[in-house]
Design a protein around this ligand. Structure first.
Ligand SMILES: Cc1cc2nc3c(=O)[nH]c(=O)nc-3n(C[C@H](O)[C@H](O)[C@H](O)COP(=O)(O)OP(=O)(O)OC[C@H]3O[C@@H](n4cnc5c(N)ncnc54)[C@H](O)[C@@H]3O)c2cc1C
Length: 484
């Protein structure tokens, strides 16, 4: 099998970049400097420009816009909340007692209501991202076909029922989610052995490179300075030291996600080892012929997920490929970074095998494989932070659910920086402390064990025809801090 491997992603390789030399570093002090040219940084610049047409705004990006997870992801602009809802709710209830005047504690909502407000804000973010694409003329191949989690086993069906109940508790109404039986599921996508599914109409599929590059293009037109090929090294109050010299600013946002460890400084939400890079890998097939689509269906371009512990996520692309991702080889010792995203051959085989198990009759060739870094915290919850003394803000830790959440995080960072108490600054991820990761080699062993446990649990459940999630998987979730 011969395919492109790495090159950041299929999306980036397929989409033309603005052919522009890196902007000179600004000499005059900026109103806002943003470190990191992914979606968190781009949305921050976009809404800062909307609110302040006169501000001097600069983005510092080590490689090019979208080089990180934002240009490599599965393209699910999804309703999924970036973290563990029970943990967020518990933290809110604790904050109401210990810090009743703080941003989250003073909002007057208990934990469950606060997480439901968070969910509602994410629903709004999907609408707003799509609206911005329309208003600014960004064609990111966006289509709002929803997402569909399909169960191919009894135990998968039981997990969907649990998910449905959890979603109802935390803010999903009947219009946000429907259970589909086997026939209705196959009418959407003809997945082998599909027994049923949960369908979420709110989700949209996008092409990540077209969205990030489109936003970059809009920002340049709006006078935002984008300094690509510029690495930040150290950040402190009012200044960012880069490999091309210093940049000065009133306010600084650090939007580095899986790359957060590449800069020094006393940064809120990043002291110690609060975020590590965990890899997610993807393959994209060659475009599939019309006969293949006639048998698969998938006409709504829904985002497709499954119910395995080692879950996969997929979309049908605008040019009729299947792009499918999962988590083989998830972690490099000492929090190594993914570079240009080359994927070990065994991970490509694993993902191709999983695609075959969804569509056993499908003949396909892998055209491209790549991987990227998620930013993951110890309790898998994202957080938004702002230190008013240094005027430094940080948003990070979305794990695999950042495409929508980056939009909300950017708006939240701007409200925090303005010093306004708003509904966004009261959401439970504000100042959410997730704990510290263990030192090596415990961290490496822990993450590898977690993925191995989930792999064994999937195999055991499938071999035994289990009807309930195995104790092994529940143990793995607790170990990982993923349990809801
Ligand atoms: C393979 C994959 C699939 C995913 N699929 C989905 C999905 O379908 N849906 C979903 O919701 N989420 C998904 N995610 C997660 C989502 O893509 C991320 O949460 C989101 O893009 C994070 O955006 P960001 O701007 O915070 O970080 P990033 O996009 O990682 O941006 C950080 C930027 O900082 C730059 N940088 C690094 N170091 C420095 C430095 N020292 N100085 C300056 N710049 C620097 C990087 O080059 C990068 O461009 C996926 C992630 C991956 C990797």
């Amino acid at each position: 099998m011969s395919y492109f491997n790495g090159e950041a992603s299929h999306w980036l390789a397929a989409s033309p970049a603005d052919d522009i030399a890196p902007a000179p570093l600004p000499r005059e002090k900026q109103d806002l400097v943003i470190v990191g040219g992914g979606l968190t940084g781009l949305w921050s610049a976009y809404y800062a420009r909307q609110a302040h047409p006169d501000w001097a705004i600069t983005i510092i990006e080590a490689r090019h816009i979208g080089y990180g997870a934002s240009g490599r992801n599965g393209g699910w602009l999804s309703t999924l909340l970036p973290g563990n809802r029970t943990k967020f709710a518990e933290a809110v209830d604790r904050a109401r007692k210990s810090d009743p005047t703080g941003p989250v504690g003073s909002a007057g909502l208990d934990g469950v209501a606060s997480v439901s407000a968070f969910q509602a804000a994410l629903f709004d973010s999907i609408d707003e991202v799509l609206d911005v694409c329309t208003v600014e003329g960004i064609d990111a191949h966006q289509v709002r076909g929803g997402h569909i989690d399909i169960a191919q086993s009894e135990v998968g069906l039981s997990r969907l029922r649990e998910l449905q109940a959890g979603n109802e508790q935390f803010g999903y109404g009947p219009e946000d989610m429907h259970f589909l039986d086997a026939e209705a599921t196959r009418a959407h996508i003809n997945v082998d052995k599909a027994l049923g599914s949960l369908y979420f109409p709110g989700t949209a599929a996008i092409d990540p490179a077209l969205l990030t590059r489109g936003l970059g293009h809009v920002l340049r037109k709006q006078g935002v300075t984008i300094c690509e090929a510029t690495s930040a090294r150290h950040i402190r109050k009012n200044s960012v030291a880069t490999d091309r010299g210093p940049v000065y600013a009133n306010t600084i946002f650090v939007c580095l996600e899986g790359y957060s460890d590449t800069v020094g400084g006393d940064l809120p939400g990043l002291q110690g080892r609060q975020v590590i890079p965990v890899f997610s890998s993807m393959i994209a097939t060659e475009p599939l012929p019309a006969e293949a689509w006639a048998s698969i269906g998938w006409e709504g371009r829904e985002c497709l997920g499954d119910t395995a512990h080692t879950f996969v996520y997929a979309q049908r692309t605008a040019d009729d490929r299947i792009a499918l991702g999962g988590r083989g080889a998830p972690y490099a010792y000492r929090s190594g970074l993914p570079g240009d995203g080359e994927v070990p051959a065994e991970v490509v085989d694993l993902l191709a095998g999983r695609l075959s198990s969804l569509f056993p009759d499908l003949e396909f060739d892998v055209a491209h494989a790549w991987r990227g870094a998620l930013g993951v915290t110890r309790d898998w919850c994202a957080g938004v932070f702002f230190d008013p003394t240094q005027r430094i803000g940080v948003a990070r830790g979305y794990a695999g659910h950042g495409v929508t959440a980056t939009h909300l995080a950017a708006k939240t960072l701007l409200d925090r920086a303005a010093g306004d108490a708003t509904p966004l600054t009261a959401l439970p991820w504000n100042d959410h402390f997730s704990g510290q990761w263990e030192p090596e080699p415990i961290r490496w062993l822990g993450i590898r064990s977690m993925y191995k446990i989930f792999g064994f649990a999937d195999a055991w459940e499938s071999a035994t025809g289990a009807k309930k999630t195995s104790l092994l998987a529940r143990f793995g979730s607790r170990l990982a801090g993923l349990h809801e």
